[in-house]
Design a protein around this ligand. Structure first.
Ligand code: TIU
Length: 237
């Protein structure tokens, strides 16, 4: 009997990644850009209020822009997550608001408007990484993008099985999301130079822990390797 090979395997591409090659079908792959918001990247935002230097996060903006451009050019799904709460903080656990004992914390009026509140300037995306028509924007109240959101349902509805994950911060929202996704059966690759932490050592540690133990959480590769997967395809075509 003739066996017909069904999609997604007809259109696989391969990224040179750690701990080994990452195979994916662009039609079933999304770029998930985590929380590239003014509140995390700009002075006066939530990240700065926590005592952090925001410059390591600002440095990845050009690479994230290139990743989004590649995704849109190749027809990948693009999802932007946004850590933000409703105006009443009804979706903000008191424990989260209390954390850090900040004089100006979540929901309070700061230089970028009310901190981490949807619709306020600080909760918005940095100008270089604004969502475009056709992208999905997902507001999330937690660090992981699956917690208390429709992300799993959205991915299922779109037939997405593979996630190229980027954004900030590597060891908080990016890693939480990648672990949540991995447990749900998504094949995840961390685009390592499109993610950043206020603590560069934490960023490096996450990259190592993701790929350790045979890729216990998934894969990691630089943007150039993601781009090369499409270049090779162009050459082969
Ligand atoms: N503080 C910190 O490193 N991160 C966050 O609070 N949120 C995200 O990572 N988006």
């Amino acid at each position: 009997m003739k066996t017909v090979r069904a999609r997604p395997y007809d259109y696989m591409k391969t990224i040179e990644a750690r701990p080994y090659a990452y195979a994916f079908d662009p039609a079933h792959t999304a770029v998930v850009m985590i929380d590239m918001q003014r509140d995390f990247l700009e002075p006066g935002g939530f990240g700065a209020m926590l005592g952090n230097d925001v410059t390591p996060l600002q440095r990845i903006v050009p690479a994230c822009r290139a990743l989004l451009a590649l995704a849109r050019a190749q027809g990948l799904h693009v999802i932007h997550t946004q850590e933000a709460h409703d105006a009443q903080l009804a979706d903000c656990p008191p424990a989260k608001k209390a954390r850090g004992q900040l004089a100006c914390g979540i929901g309070d009026a700061g230089p970028l408007g009310r901190v981490l509140v949807a619709g306020e300037p600080g909760a918005g995306f940095v100008p270089e990484l604004q969502p475009q028509s056709g992208d999905t924007v997902l507001r999330k109240p937690g660090k992981g993008a699956f917690h208390a959101t429709a992300l799993d349902a959205i991915l299922h509805a779109q037939g997405i099985t593979h996630l190229l994950i980027a954004g900030v911060t590597t060891e908080v929202c990016v890693q939480s999301t990648m672990r949540e996704a991995n447990d749900r059966g998504y094949e995840c690759l961390l685009v390592q130079d499109c993610a950043a932490s206020y603590f560069p050592a934490f960023h490096d540690a996450v990259v190592e822990m993701v790929v350790a133990q045979g890729g216990i959480v998934g894969w990691a590769a630089p943007l150039a390797a993601v781009q090369a997967a499409f270049d090779e395809a162009a050459q082969a075509a």
